[in-house]
Design a protein around this ligand. Structure first.
Ligand code: CP3
Length: 363
């Protein structure tokens, strides 16, 4: 079994219940934050979006920091995830993309050949320094302890090699990942080279974020659930493990997240991540058993439950807390991101209920 050497050897952790929970240390109450907590469901974000494109916001540290801070403070959560996007590292790799309204990300010339993989650049990661500058601003803002003595956790993030490769190869979002799997199964030179190059870039990118003040790095493998356990093990696990190990060696805990991963959880745990994100399809206690006691879990309310009547939503929040039973290592979150149209007041209520109901299940 993999033991958490970060938990044993880390320098004193900032006074953050979120970071302590990532290390499976005891906390006064379960920390809470939300995947996609800054985004189109929030009027404050939409007001900023009126004047700036998504990429402009990401690339302007003052605005990215403001969006990050506004969301965290409005919701009253225990952690702030930096406002950025999974696809930003494509640009310094030499791959052009844009966000098309209503369609999501579009890569103009998708990667389909070994020659194209060879041409990808890995030594220009410093061009992503604007994300680190945003983190510095957010970390400075949240440096003072809050009224309850806690310091907000600062989350940096990047994609996992498989999920990023899927956008590079498909050219955007996908249903069946046909082109991705064609390269994965069929090109024993291009696929490992692509994975290797992504790990190189992602390690450098994570390093910049940690040096800028990120307390924790979350690795999004959002679409890993498209893989069988055999394929995940054969074509992804080694590179993701390398990425997780190299980020943990920077002295921060790693949260590793994917969707539709119930069958993959034991393999995902083998990456050595400190915390595994669970979606709502797996009962929290079942998912926790699957990753093992030596690992924390994050989740796992259905984001669409945020549209439910108050009593239903409150019951679902209670169910998640009850399943976690106050064990060290649980971070309350959704099973995936908040979607546009979600009532902000329901998100705020969930935070209040986590704070109110949590004590029931704590020994
Ligand atoms: O608080 C936050 O979490 C916001 C920061 C954030 C964004 N993207 C900004 C964004 C984060 C953490 C991401 C990660 C991201 N980006 C993921 C992994 C997260 C997940 O949900 O699994 C993925 C797959 C992407 C790629 C991406 N970016 C897609 C597929 C899309 C289009 C789909 C959509 O939701 O619109 C984006 C656009 C995007 N990234 C938006 C935001 C706020 C919405 C578009 C906009 O504001 O114009």
């Amino acid at each position: 079994m993999i033991v958490s050497d970060v938990a044993q050897s880390a320098a004193p952790v900032r006074g953050s219940r979120f970071v302590r929970a990532c290390l499976r240390q005891p906390v006064d109450r379960t920390p809470v934050w939300f995947l996609r907590q800054a985004g189109r469901y929030m009027p404050e974000y939409m007001a900023v979006r009126k004047h700036h494109s998504l990429l402009d916001i990401c690339k302007t540290p003052e605005i990215a920091a403001e969006v990050t801070i506004t969301a965290a403070e409005r919701l009253g959560v225990d952690a702030a995830i930096i406002f950025a996007d999974l696809l930003l590292p494509f640009t310094p790799m030499g791959l052009d993309f844009e966000f098309v309204a209503g369609e999501g990300p579009v890569v103009h010339v998708p990667i389909r050949s070994c020659e194209q993989v060879k041409a990808l650049v890995t030594d220009r990661v410093e061009e992503l320094g604007y994300v680190a500058r945003s983190i510095e601003k957010v970390a400075k803002h949240f440096e003072p302890a809050r009224a309850d003595g806690d310091q907000l956790g600062i989350i940096g993030f990047c994609g996992a090699p498989f999920t990023l490769a899927s956008y590079m190869i498909e050219g955007g979002s996908s249903r069946n990942y046909i082109e991705t799997k064609k390269m994965m199964y069929g090109d024993g030179v291009a696929w490992p080279m692509l994975m290797e190059k992504l790990v190189t870039v992602l390690v450098g990118y994570a390093q910049q974020q940690v040096e800028a003040g990120a307390d924790v790095i979350q690795i999004f493998d959002s679409w890993a659930g498209a893989l069988s356990v055999t394929d995940y093990r054969e074509y992804c696990l080694a590179w993701t493990t390398e990425l997780v190990g190299r980020v943990r060696a920077m002295g921060v805990p790693v949260i590793y997240f994917g969707v539709d991963t119930a069958s993959l959880l034991p393999a995902m745990r083998e990456t050595g991540a400190d915390v595994i994100g669970l979606d709502w399809r797996v009962p929290l206690e079942v998912g926790w058993k699957s990753v093992g006691a030596g690992c924390g879990v994050q989740g796992n309310l259905d984001p669409i439950a945020l549209f439910a009547p108050e009593e239903v939503l409150k019951a679902r929040v209670d169910e998640v807390l009850k399943a976690a039973a106050g064990r060290p290592g649980h971070i309350f979150n959704l099973g995936h991101g908040i979607v546009p149209g979600t009532p902000v007041e329901n998100v705020i209520r969930v935070v209040e209920w986590v704070k109110e109901l949590d004590g029931r299940y704590r020994a």
